[in-house]
Design a protein around this ligand. Structure first.
Ligand SMILES: [Ca+2]
Ligand SMILES: [Ca+2]
Length: 206
């Protein structure tokens, strides 16, 4: 025996069913369209695949602007002026406290973190050079900047972590150089200074 509520389906019920199915159909088509619209953006994400992560950080809420400049084994450079180069990508140009307020759902949210990260999507054999540039300083006291290089696969391992002092606008230093073999493993590291800014500026003028 049927439940009383299922007995004697009226025309009204049939109409409601039909309407419901139609709505379901629309919802389905809408979700498909939504997935298709979003697909290019999703596949374009950098974070989905990265082999190395280079993180440059300085004190939260500090107004100074520090730039990461990274050179790959073929002389390609990423820095604020050129955030994509071959297989390297700079997430954003952090400018100290400038532009650190972002608007989310109509509310201003402050992001106190001072950080720039560079990802290597795939590795090339040869030497990478990680430089720091004190793009804009506001005080006479030197600025402490930390640099971390992590190999992400097959599990995260820190291949370098160190602190450096930047001494004023225009100061550039080499935080770390690391040489990778064909398998993407670190063969050696060094801190021999190398100027990258001159080359970066020359390329930017081309
Ligand atoms: Ca910066
Ligand atoms: Ca910042």
């Amino acid at each position: 025996m049927k439940h009383p509520s299922l007995e004697n389906k009226s025309e009204q019920d049939v109409f409601t069913d039909l309407l419901f199915n139609t709505l379901l159909g629309f919802a389905f088509m809408f979700s498909i369209a939504f997935v298709l619209m979003n697909r290019p953006e999703q596949t374009g994400k950098i974070e989905t695949k990265a082999e190395y992560l280079i993180t440059v950080r300085w004190e939260d809420n500090h107004p100074d602007d520090v730039d990461a400049i990274v050179e790959d084994p073929h002389g390609g450079l990423v820095w604020y002026h050129s955030r994509d180069s071959g297989l390297m990508h700079l997430d954003r140009d952090d400018r100290g406290i400038f532009a650190d307020q972002i608007e989310i759902a109509g509310k201003k949210v402050k992001n106190p973190i001072n950080q720039e990260t560079v990802t290597l999507r795939a590795t090339q054999p040869g030497e990478y050079v990680v430089n720091l540039l004190h793009y804009k300083s506001n005080y006479t006291a030197p600025l402490l900047v930390s640099v971390k290089v992590e190999k992400l696969n097959p599990e995260v391992s820190v291949i370098y972590y160190g602190n450096h002092m930047l001494t004023g606008s225009g100061d550039e230093l080499t935080a770390i150089r690391f040489t990778l073999n064909a398998g993407g493993e670190v063969e050696r590291t060094s801190q021999r200074p190398k100027n990258l800014l001159t080359q970066a500026v020359a390329e930017a003028k081309k």
